[in-house]
Design a binder for this molecule. Structure first.
Ligand code: SF4
Length: 186
C-alpha cells in the first residue's frame, strides 16, 4: 500500500507519467436509462445534451470481452475497487450480474450504483449470488409529490416499491458482508 501511494505521488509530481494505476475505477457499462430526470446530463428532456436512447437499445452496452479485458488491465495496475455505473441505469443491462461475478473472481471490491427502479426479488437474489459488496441506491425525493417532480415520466409506484424492495434485500443479506447504502437527495 505504501509503495503504491508513493508511486501515485511520484506520478503527480512527474505530471507526464503514471507509475501506478488508480485504487478505484468507475466503469460506465451502459448509456440506457428508464428514467428522464430533468437534472440528468445524459437523459434530461430539458438539457438534452445527447439524444435520449430508448431503454431497450443495447448498442452501447459494454461487451463481456471488453469487461474482462478492462478487469484484467485494472487488476494488473493494482486497482482494487470497481464502481459499476453508467450514463444510464446499470440494472437494464441483462448481464450485469455476470459482470459482477467476473470482477469478484478477479478479486475486486465491487460497488453498483442504481436508481433502484429495477430491483425485484429475482435480481436481488442474483445480486447476492454474484457476491456484490455494496449496492448504492439514489432516490431524489422524500415525498410522492417530490418524486413526481423529480421523475416526471416515472411510474409513481416506484416511490413506495423501491424502499420495500430495499427492506427485502436487507433481510436477504442480513449477516453477510454485503452493504446497502441509500442516498436520499431532496
Ligand atoms: S436515473 Fe440517473 S442516468 Fe437515469 S435519467 Fe436519472 S440521473 Fe440520468
Amino acid at each position: 500500500m505504501f509503495v503504491k501511494k508513493a508511486q501515485l505521488l511520484w506520478g503527480l509530481f512527474n505530471g507526464d507519467y503514471a507509475f501506478a494505476g488508480p485504487f478505484s475505477a468507475t466503469v460506465d457499462i451502459t448509456d440506457r436509462c428508464n428514467l428522464r430526470c430533468p437534472g440528468c446530463l445524459y437523459h434530461s428532456p430539458i438539457i438534452n445534451k445527447i439524444r435520449p436512447r430508448p431503454d431497450t437499445e443495447k448498442s452501447s452496452d459494454i461487451s463481456l470481452s471488453l469487461w474482462r479485458k478492462t478487469c484484467d488491465e485494472l487488476y494488473a495496475h493494482g486497482t482494487n475497487t470497481l464502481v459499476i455505473t453508467g450514463e444510464g441505469e446499470p440494472l437494464l443491462y441483462d448481464q450485469v450480474f455476470d459482470l459482477i461475478s467476473i470482477a469478484k473472481e478477479r478479486g475486486f471490491f465491487v460497488i453498483l450504483l442504481t436508481n433502484g427502479t429495477k430491483l425485484d426479488t429475482r435480481n436481488m437474489r442474483f445480486m447476492v449470488e454474484s457476491q456484490l459488496d455494496v449496492l448504492r441506491v439514489t432516490i431524489w425525493a422524500n415525498s410522492i409529490a417530490e418524486y413526481r417532480r423529480t421523475y416526471p415520466d416515472a411510474d409513481l409506484t416506484n416511490y413506495h416499491r423501491v424502499p420495500l424492495n430495499l427492506k427485502e434485500l436487507a433481510i436477504i443479506t442480513d449477516g453477510s458482508e454485503f452493504r446497502l447504502q441509500t442516498v436520499l437527495l431532496c
